[in-house]
Design a protein around this ligand. Structure first.
Ligand code: NAP
Length: 290
């Protein structure tokens, strides 16, 4: 697994360790000195270094390639291309790639640049000669929950430009389970799946979060310009860069246009329906330090 040290990587790793005991698992991370998991082998692998990545993937049968994050002055498609070439050179048989829902939608909106990276990466993988699985992940409900809770600590109004559109949401923990199943299941080959739990409107998500966390947040639809302004007023988002802000507002724009409302394949992948978003939020609540 590449990018094993991130939020998603750690969730999948935990599931894979539970399934296999850690035997035959390799966590590929760009800074092995900061990643100490005694249960798995750890190898250095940076998306910016194809030679290092090929060495890290030597002897690997199945690769879970987690998409690179949006970072200022970084060409994500070039990073993905290097990793795919490295996997092929190393003799990897099967590659599972974490894409995002709605990758087929053809609308030139703010999300377009991010979507093109996902699409181009999907195409490269399908033409790589390796057995492939494209896992189109729903939006992490953990992240939207954090914004809703931020609103609860502020003026109690959660504002986005998603309107009444529905979006396929899923928690990182549930994604970890589904991705581990895709990696371990040889029956999954040359197919694209949507890993989501439920399609919810923003108002429905806020209402469930209120129930689970005892808050009284109200959802308010705002314009794209107002939502861009909102993120520009948040120093942590300004620090993460313009591309992240554009991508986030672009996601809400996609939701407004119905592009992130997709059919769920979670049960097909794991053999059980995904936990409801209510259950997933309760699980996040119960895991928080008190
Ligand atoms: N569907 C959604 O709602 C959603 C939400 C957020 C993100 N995403 C996508 O899903 C991916 C995984 O999400 P996440 O929450 O795990 O992100 P995350 O916690 O920010 O982790 C990003 C991971 O990418 C690694 N990384 C960054 N640059 C790298 C490079 N040059 N070479 C190799 N590894 C590199 C990081 O390594 P270090 O530990 O060394 O920094 C870390 O392991 C993201 O990168 C993004 O593409 C999707």
């Amino acid at each position: 697994m590449t990018a094993a040290s991130g939020l998603l990587g750690r969730a999948v790793l935990a599931e894979l360790i539970a399934l296999t005991g850690g035997k035959n698992l390799v966590a590929v991370v760009r800074n092995p000195e900061t990643f100490n998991d005694a249960k798995v082998a750890v190898r250095p692998g940076d998306y910016d270094n194809e030679t290092e990545m090929a060495a890290a993937l030597t002897g690997v049968d199945t690769l879970l390639m987690i998409s690179a994050p949006i970072v200022p002055n970084t060409d994500r498609l070039a990073q993905h291309t290097r990793a795919i070439h490295a996997a092929r050179a190393a003799g990897v048989r099967k590659i599972v790639y974490t894409s995002v829902i709605g990758a087929d939608a053809d609308h030139r909106m703010l999300y377009w640049p991010t979507q093109q990276v996902g699409r181009a990466t999907e195409a490269l993988i399908k033409n790589s000669g390796m057995t492939w699985v494209i896992a189109r992940n729903g939006l992490y409900v953990d992240l939207d929950l954090a914004h809703i809770r931020r609103a609860a600590d502020g003026d109690g109004i959660y504002r986005t430009n998603a309107g009444s559109g529905r979006c396929g949401y899923i928690s990182v923990a549930e994604l970890g389970i589904a991705l581990a199943a895709l990696v371990c299941g040889d029956q999954f080959a040359n197919e694209t799946v949507n890993l989501i739990s439920e399609n919810l409107t923003q108002a429905e998500l806020v209402s469930i979060a209120n129930d689970v966390f005892g808050t009284h947040v109200v959802y308010q639809n705002i314009s794209i310009e107002q939502c861009l302004e909102k993120f520009h007023a948040m120093p942590d988002y300004v620090k993460r860069g313009e591309d992240v802000i554009t991508m986030l507002v672009g996601c809400f724009e996609c939701i407004a246009h119905g592009l992130f409302e997709v059919s769920p394949d979670f049960a097909y992948v794991t053999g059980r329906p995904a936990k409801s978003i209510r259950e997933q939020l309760a699980a996040i609540r119960d895991k928080r330090p008190h």
